[in-house]
Design a protein around this ligand. Structure first.
Ligand SMILES: C[S@@+](CC[C@H](N)C(=O)[O-])C[C@H]1O[C@@H](n2cnc3c(N)ncnc32)[C@H](O)[C@@H]1O
Length: 250
């Protein structure tokens, strides 16, 4: 597994300010923090760093419930894998919206962001059983009816690893199963300018389509969005968010 570098907060953003903002946001869900908890978290994450600062910045604003496939996903009767679940924000949203928790599995390569989610929601005891962490993909063939993948494609720079990720999603799905999610993308006609701060894989619509179909998925539907929740509100930087939904043939 390639080593993951800690990223820096974008210009004008800082750990102290962003933690304060997300804690206020999470309090609105009814989470109560003990005295001096903010200080404790600032000290902890100043010491340890935050793997994906953008993910910290959007905790409490899940994206899954804005996805064009979400209402159908909620009505689905099968099992869902959140593949590359990070903090688990999307899993919590599914549970809030009534998706049965026993049909949810959240997987990631490490505990780093999952633990950040536990620290902020203080719900480790209630939901830790939904999370599986491993350096290798641990699921057998055809275990899931849906695989959800949010902001994972664009963080996988290595081509072979990305191919393996798609192959795992394909294999874990039952025939007729759905892969849906989102990734940062390039707007039509744009050429990506070098951006060492940005994520390593920002695909055009054509590239995304070709990777999905190349992995065996069929008829991908891709919707281009500008989306403040992904901090891609500025059209001038040529990036957008692609929401996608595609099927493993039955
Ligand atoms: C930017 S975060 C997004 C987290 C979450 N899906 C969300 O929307 O908030 C990317 C996540 O993908 C995970 N990831 C990266 N490569 C992966 C891989 N090959 N398999 C599984 N997870 C991976 C990272 O560990 C990280 O938690």
């Amino acid at each position: 597994m390639p080593e993951t570098k800690l990223l820096r907060f974008p210009p004008g953003k800082s750990l102290t300010e962003e933690l304060c903002i997300v804690m206020k946001r999470i309090e609105a869900y009814g989470v109560v923090y003990p005295a001096r908890y903010y200080r404790t978290l600032v000290e902890k994450y100043t010491r340890e760093g935050v793997l994906y600062p953008h993910i910290l910045m959007i905790i409490g604003e899940p994206r899954i419930n804005n996805h064009f496939f979400y209402s159908r996903a909620l009505k689905g009767t099968g099992r869902l894998l959140d593949y590359g679940c990070g903090t688990g924000d999307n899993v919590r949203q599914l549970i809030r919206d009534g998706f049965p928790r026993e049909r949810i599995t959240a997987f990631d390569l490490n505990w780093t962001s999952i633990n950040l989610g536990f620290d902020l929601y203080r719900d480790q005891e209630e939901i830790h059983d939904l999370f599986i962490v491993s350096g290798t993909f641990t699921f057998g063939p055809a275990e899931f009816d849906m695989v959800y993948s949010a902001s994972v494609f664009h963080v996988i720079g290595d081509d072979e690893e990305f191919g393996n990720y798609l192959a795992n999603a394909w294999s874990a799905l039952k025939p007729g199963g759905i892969l849906f999610g989102s990734t940062l993308g390039l707007v039509e006609g744009a050429v990506r300018s070098p951006d060492e701060r940005g994520p390593p894989r920002v695909m055009s619509r054509e590239q995304l389509t070709s990777r999905l179909t190349g992995a065996g998925f069929t008829r991908p539907k891709i919707v281009q969005r500008y989306h403040v929740l992904h901090y891609v509100a500025d059209k001038s930087d040529n990036r957008c968010v692609f929401e996608f939904c595609t099927k493993k043939p039955a």
